[in-house]
Design a binder for this molecule. Structure first.
Ligand SMILES: [Zn+2]
Ligand SMILES: [Zn+2]
Length: 346
């Protein structure tokens, strides 16, 4: 099969012909129909992810058609249209037994722990636990945009943030994660303040339901600006970028007993940011993380899509070929363009 392969960190990946994957007894092989390009792929490529062994095929935001099925798989057959969350569970550890596959002790992450979906085919483990069937009405491009940024935002806003109607939600960073969170928070009736340094991204944030925006490059004190707009601070605030500054602001702009949810990855030199812990104790703030979402929680999200409350297709930026994915991957740190880039030609 054709795949994007890198043999050294930060060295340009190449299109190569590699052996087709075969399914594990508990797994499937999926013919990739669409795969998103994500900043996590960039982090992996530059060497920030210790799970990656070289040579490596990136790609974790995929949707496709089941091509081959392992002998122990009972729920899936050749021809099924599927996607997966970026973290797959093992099904046997205490976290999986408690239903929290997103923090499994032995995670399967295509594009990180194993070869990913910048390829014509990808092998997926523990298919009965980790695969999600796609509604007939959902196209592969939209489905590919769900598995990482959209589901992580859904879990951040709904399951971790427990956002409810009428609350104020601050979203710091309006890339794929942030825009997803804005749409989801708006859908449950919250009032969203979007923060970014790009007027284009803030305009898209308003189009997706943000009722107020803060341009962090023009405002001296971002947290103070959010507190003023929300008349006391956000009930729930997300760092959707993953940077010490946005993390700090997201905690500093909370009202008493508010919840900060860290959604953007904090890697390498950003992994131990300074946070205003004095506010955390005095105001009884909660600090939470969101790390993907279990396959069994997709149903709630898919129902909100079927009913029209959520429209992830609005977040799709451009569609590209597998060849073009190499440039897209290498430039992912430059935050160019708006919306999610998806590979649709293999
Ligand atoms: Zn991703
Ligand atoms: Zn597990």
């Amino acid at each position: 099969m054709k795949a994007v392969v890198y043999e050294a960190f930060s060295a340009p990946p190449k299109i190569m012909t590699v052996p087709d994957p075969t399914p594990e007894p508990h797994g499937v092989v999926v013919k990739v129909m669409a795969t998103g390009v994500c900043r996590s792929d960039w982090h992996g490529w530059v060497g920030h992810d210790t799970d990656i062994q070289l040579p490596h095929v990136p790609g974790h935001e995929l949707a496709g058609i089941v091509e081959a099925v392992g002998r122990d798989v009972t729920k899936w057959k050749v021809g099924d249209r599927v996607t997966v969350p970026f973290v797959g569970g093992c099904g046997a550890c205490p976290e999986c037994h408690s239903g929290n596959h997103q923090v499994c002790d032995r995670q399967f992450q295509p594009g990180f722990t194993h070869w990913g979906s910048f390829a014509q085919y990808v092998g997926l483990h523990q298919a009965d636990i980790n695969l999600v069937g796609l509604p007939e009405s959902m196209d592969f491009t939209t489905a590919a945009s769900l598995g990482c940024r959209f589901v992580t935002s859904f879990r951040a806003v709904i399951d971790q943030g427990k956002t409810s109607a009428g609350q104020w939600v601050a979203v710091h960073g309006c890339g794929g994660v942030g825009l997803s969170a804005i749409m989801i928070a708006n859908a449950v009736g919250a009032n969203v303040v979007a923060v970014d340094i790009s007027e284009d991204k803030l305009a898209l944030a308003r189009a997706l339901g943000a009722v107020a925006t803060v341009n962090a490059s023009e405002v001296g004190q971002v947290a103070e600006a959010v507190i003023e707009i929300t008349r006391g601070g956000a009930h729930v605030s997300l760092d959707a970028l993953g940077h010490p500054t946005t993390c700090f602001n997201s905690i500093a702009n909370l009202r008493k007993r508010g919840k900060h949810v860290q959604v953007g990855l904090m890697l390498a030199e950003n992994s131990t940011p300074a946070i205003p812990m004095s506010r955390v104790i005095a105001n009884e703030l909660e600090i939470l993380g969101s790390h993907g979402m279990q396959a069994h929680r997709y149903d709630a999200m898919l129902e909100m899509m079927r009913s029209g409350k959520l429209a992830p297709e609005k977040l799709i930026g451009r569609t590209i070929t597998l060849e073009q994915s190499i440039d897209a991957l290498m430039s992912m740190d430059r935050f160019e363009g708006t919306g999610v880039t998806v590979v649709t030609e293999f």
